[in-house]
Design a protein around this ligand. Structure first.
Ligand SMILES: Nc1ncnc2c1ncn2[C@@H]1O[C@H](COP(=O)(O)OP(=O)(O)O)[C@@H](O)[C@H]1O
Ligand SMILES: [Mg+2]
Length: 367
């Protein structure tokens, strides 16, 4: 198992994008923020972190009190050497609006914004958050203002949604697909209506009751507007995808040191390989490490001897045994991953005593 050297990665001027991905709750948002902070403070890089739904207190410590969808300088960072940390929180609706505004004339854009289908799609369409994260990433990359962009990924049920989203939305908005939707809708066909509302994640029965012909005409309007606007939408999605494949991008898979999480990380690592995405390493977050060089069995045996003699010491030894057991179990899980993915460097990040919700907490992640 080769160790993942995070400082080598962050100090490499050839690396311009770092993507933290993995299943939900493993620490993607936390590690993304911690990596960006370290790049700015330790490696003097002009950094921006694109976060997605950070915990309220973490968002606050990054100066993100509201969703404004543009990078803001994070107050309280100690960045010498020209480094700086900027942070932004993804607002998928506003990002979608930006895409529309950038690709259509103002009057047409106003019509699209007012269309109920647009409103539904921009906030609830499955995959919109994943796609808009990618869209925002391309915008940040195109601006060329940053030495390094660190990207947090949406809390999808499956870590794969993130890679599939551009293609899925690209397909959906592709001309042929749209015409398929559009033709029967013009004839007032009910089946396509159901199909589309299902795609939009709406409660179609309720919606059908409230809206009739008006809705179908809105739908046609929306679809033809998108059709004219996103002629080359698929190319756009593919372009984003190619940015991710570029060697200037580094994917870091985040996982908890637990069997399910590591299995999913392994699956994700192979999927990145299939898609030719540059996987830089695995970050095992919240690992436990014993503080005394004593195995669990000896600690428990000693604890038993001390029962009634020094209960406090016996309790401390039992607590130690619990951590030692946890560490052994975690090491076995990690070894399993490394035997399958010997070429993937691994970094272990210790579990902090408390939740990570301020800059000092973020600093201690990679200290
Ligand atoms: N190394 C760590 N030690 C202690 N708490 C952590 C650590 N990493 C993450 N956390 C906490 O775990 C929770 C989930 O982390 P988060 O980064 O939001 O996960 P994700 O973005 O993958 O859903 C947060 O409350 C965070 O503060
Ligand atoms: Mg998150």
């Amino acid at each position: 198992m080769s160790p993942l050297d995070i400082d080598e990665l962050l100090s490499n001027p050839g690396i311009r994008i770092v993507v933290c991905c993995g299943s939900g709750g493993v620490g993607k948002t936390t590690t993304a923020a911690a990596l960006a902070l370290r790049a700015a403070e330790v490696h003097g890089r002009r950094t921006v972190v694109l976060t997605i739904d950070p915990a309220r207190r973490l968002a606050q410590s990054l100066g993100l009190t509201e969703l404004d969808n543009t990078p803001r300088l994070v107050p309280g960072t100690k960045s010498g050497d020209g480094g700086e940390l900027n942070a932004m929180m993804l607002d998928m609706k506003r990002t979608f609006d930006e895409v529309v505004a950038a690709h259509t004339e103002p009057r047409r854009a106003a019509e699209i914004f007012a269309n109920p289908f647009y409103q539904a799609m921009s906030s609830t369409f499955a995959g919109t958050q994943e796609y808009m994260a990618m869209e925002k990433l391309s915008q940040l990359r195109a601006a060329d203002t940053w030495d390094l962009i660190v990207v947090d990924t949406p809390p999808s049920r499956s870590a794969l949604d993130f890679l599939d989203a551009p293609a899925r939305l690209g397909r959906f908005l592709d001309g042929r697909m749209l015409r398929l939707f559009l033709a029967p809708a013009k004839a007032g066909g009910r089946s396509v209506f159901n199909l589309v509302t299902a795609g939009f994640g709406m409660v179609s029965k309720t919606v059908q009751k409230i809206l009739g012909a008006q809705l179908l005409s809105d739908l046609s309007g929306f679809v033809s507007a998108l059709d004219s606007m996103f002629g080359g939408f698929r190319e756009r999605a593919e372009q984003t995808y190619r940015v991710l494949q570029d060697p200037q991008t580094a994917f870091l898979v985040v996982a908890a040191p637990e069997p399910d999480a590591v299995r999913e990380a392994a699956f994700f690592a192979s999927r990145l390989g299939v898609d030719d995405m540059p996987l830089a390493g695995l970050m095992l977050n919240r690992v436990h490490r014993r503080v005394l060089p004593l195995d669990a069995e000896s600690a428990l045996a000693a604890a038993q001897e001390l029962d009634g003699v020094s209960d406090l010491t016996a309790d401390a030894l039992r607590a130690h045994a619990a951590v030692a057991l946890l560490e052994d179990r975690e090491r076995a899980v990690i070894a399993g991953f490394s035997s399958e993915f010997a070429h993937v460097p691994v970094l272990e990040i210790e579990a902090q005593a408390t939740d990570v919700h301020d800059l000092d907490g973020l600093r201690s992640i990679f200290a």
